[in-house]
Design a protein around this ligand. Structure first.
Ligand SMILES: *Cc1c(COP(=O)(O)O)cnc(C)c1O
Length: 377
């Protein structure tokens, strides 16, 4: 008989040191705990699209159900064709993933060996340290400046041991981002034998009024053969449940990624829905519009309450509620509002709030006032 502890020692070294990714609390779980109707709960915890899925995506998904006995198209022909048309790239530059997290993991497994260095920022997306440690590589976390990536310091942290650098633009959970000039200056400093993953999970939201210096990783690909851009259908495209993401990079890197990727890693219903929504400009426009509105709604509420927040280019915002953040989070939960504590990111005083529909944002703001003891009688 092998005891639990012995099992622990059987795991590879990197995995022994890992703690599991903490997802946002599911609505049904909180509903069960509190004995509440799930419909009365507001979840603003996982940066999901509050609009619900696009009709175009739903119709395509339903049509695809008739083929459930068949394996999906392992090459993702139609989805890749749509991505090519929209973004002006070639199919041999695209790697599809079961969510972009899948692609981030495949990239790391292809290019990073135990003992190599992977560079990322303090407060960066949790999946970067996770995939790095799982393979026994060394994560180099570079101190942030004002919660954002310090790209200069990150470039300086690259050594002979570095195989990969992760840059999230905008970053989650901070919402911080860099413009095109800063990203270019950074890429100019990275040796061509070090890969850079530019994670643009929230790029669709930036097409608004965030900056005139909009970064677009795809524009940079021709000049930087070591660049890999990753994107997802989970956020602005509203398909988080279906798990579709992708990378775009050189055909040479793509060829390597496709050797390690599981052949049927994206299912046919998911691909059909993603292909359909990619042509749905109206859905994307609405998603961005509702996000911009909700962002203003939360920013002005925080300002009114005298709370500091980190200006965000994503579909979420992190707000400093002080040292009692976990008590405030508990009060929000008891009022049926789920947000995301980010103590695990080293931000114990912040809560990350995803932008919801106007009435969901209002529910959160009211609950926050109660939690802070500032509700008007
Ligand atoms: C949400 C998110 C992703 C996307 O994850 P999926 O696996 O595509 O759902 C990737 N990177 C960042 C920074 C994110 O916040």
């Amino acid at each position: 008989m092998t005891s639990g502890n012995d099992m622990q020692s059987l795991a590879v070294t990197g995995v022994q040191a890992l703690s599991p990714y903490q997802p946002g609390k599911p609505v049904d779980e909180l509903a069960r705990e509190l004995g509440l109707d799930p419909k009365s709960i507001v979840k603003l915890a996982s940066n999901e699209n509050p609009l619900g899925p696009a009709d175009s995506a739903l119709a395509a998904a339903r049509d695809a159900l008739t083929e459930l006995t068949r394996y999906p198209d392992g090459n993702g022909y139609y989805l890749k064709q749509s991505l090519c048309k929209r973004y002006g790239v070639k199919p041999d530059q695209i790697t599809l993933g079961n969510g972009s997290n899948d692609v981030l993991e495949v990239i790391t497994r292809c290019f990073v060996a135990p003992g190599d260095d992977v560079v990322y920022s303090q407060y960066a997306f949790a999946v970067y340290p996770l995939v790095t440690q799982a393979i026994g590589a060394r994560g180099v976390s570079v101190p942030a400046v004002d919660y954002g990536h310090d790209l200069d310091a990150m470039a300086s942290a690259v050594t002979d041991r570095t195989k990969l650098v992760f840059v999230a633009n905008p970053n989650n959970p901070t919402g911080t981002f860099h413009g095109k000039a800063a990203i270019e200056a950074f890429l100019d400093r990275i040796p061509s034998n070090v890969l850079v993953v530019l994670d643009e999970a929230y790029c669709e939201y930036m097409e608004g009024d965030v900056t005139s210096d909009l970064p677009d990783g795809l524009d940079l690909l021709p000049r930087y053969p070591n660049l890999i851009v990753t994107r997802t259908f989970s956020k602005a495209w509203g398909l988080a449940a279906l798990r579709v993401g992708y990378s775009i990079c050189s055909p040479e890197i793509t060829n390597i990624l496709n050797r390690v990727r599981q052949p049927f890693n994206v299912d046919s219903v998911a691909m059909a829905a993603a292909t359909a929504v990619l042509g749905d400009e109206e859905y994307l426009r609405k998603s961005c519009e509702i996000n911009a509105r909700g962002m203003k709604q939360l920013e002005s509420a925080f300002a009114e309450l005298g709370l500091d927040y980190i200006p965000s280019a994503g579909n979420f915002i992190s707000v400093d509620v002080g040292p009692n953040a976990s008590g405030i989070n508990q009060s929000l939960l008891e009022q049926g509002v789920i947000v995301r504590p980010v103590g695990g990111y080293g931000m114990p005083n912040h809560l990350r709030v995803s932008i919801g529909l106007p009435d969901e944002n209002a529910r959160f703001i009211d609950a926050l006032k109660v939690a802070l003891g500032r509700a008007e009688a």
